[in-house]
Design a protein around this ligand. Structure first.
Ligand code: DX5
Ligand code: ZN
Length: 228
């Protein structure tokens, strides 16, 4: 019988929809509101149809918080940038398995750079691609939108995918974290947690015009812990 490990739910605000002119303040608000880590979306305009920022901004965020920095690399050939992001202060780096030719080597590079290694799957990527690599990573990220933009709608089949990935990880790497990213808000955070995700990325449901970051985080935390 497989005994499920109880993992505390970690909320990782993505700064993608924050005001970049006030980035240090935005990060400080998340920390004060009880965020567990900060999620940083690096986009290159090739792997995804959008461009965000590089190691310089990660270093600036590093100076603004003591929280762990979860760097999500939506870039082609991420192996070219791993050392630069490690030097900028990344705690963990997640690469897309669709974006690197020698995934095992790239994962080793992340570990050698002193960071936690994560791998991400686009919505259309089958979970079987995880089987061989999963024992070597600290985190698997299931994308619940097509990467590139904040504020998109959650793809409903992602909850079933999370369940299947968690099952696979329970077999091949039980201590591995399972992260979900895209379209998560108070109305569906309970579903993704119950489906096995324990690191929850939330962008536009944290940084928006409706409520303060602190209020949004409190709502999310409450909804994540609810039983139904
Ligand atoms: C999407 C990014 C996400 C994004 C999430 O490509 O990887 O991290 O910021 O934003 P929301 O929560 O608004 O979907
Ligand atoms: Zn992301």
């Amino acid at each position: 019988m497989i005994t499920r490990m109880a993992r505390p739910t970690q909320i990782a605000p993505s700064i993608l929809t924050a005001d970049f002119g006030q980035l240090a303040a935005a990060v400080a608000e998340a920390e004060a509101g009880g965020a567990d880590l900060i999620h940083l979306d690096v986009m290159d305009g090739r792997f995804v149809p959008n461009i965000t920022f590089g190691p310089g901004v990660v270093a600036a965020v590093r100076r603004a918080t003591s929280l762990s920095l979860d760097v999500h690399l939506m870039v082609e050939e991420p192996e070219r940038y791993i050392d630069a992001f490690a030097q900028a202060g990344a705690t963990g780096m997640t690469v897309h398995l669709e974006a690197t030719r020698h995934l095992h080597r790239t994962v080793q590079q992340i570990v050698e750079a002193g960071c936690r290694a994560g791998i991400a799957l686009n919505p259309s990527t089958p979970i079987e691609a995880l089987r061989e690599i999963s024992p070597f990573v600290d985190l698997v990220l299931v994308m619940s939108v097509n990467p590139g933009f904040g504020g998109q709608q959650f793809i409903q089949t992602s909850t079933s995918k999370l369940r299947r990935v968690r099952k696979l990880l329970d077999e091949f790497n039980p201590t591995c974290d399972l992260e979900v990213d895209g379209g998560v808000a108070a109305h569906n955070i309970g579903d993704v947690v119950r489906s096995g995700a324990n690191v929850i990325v939330v962008g536009s449901a944290v940084y928006n015009e409706e409520r303060s970051v602190e209020e949004n985080l409190a709502l999310l935390r409450l909804a994540a812990e609810s039983r139904e």
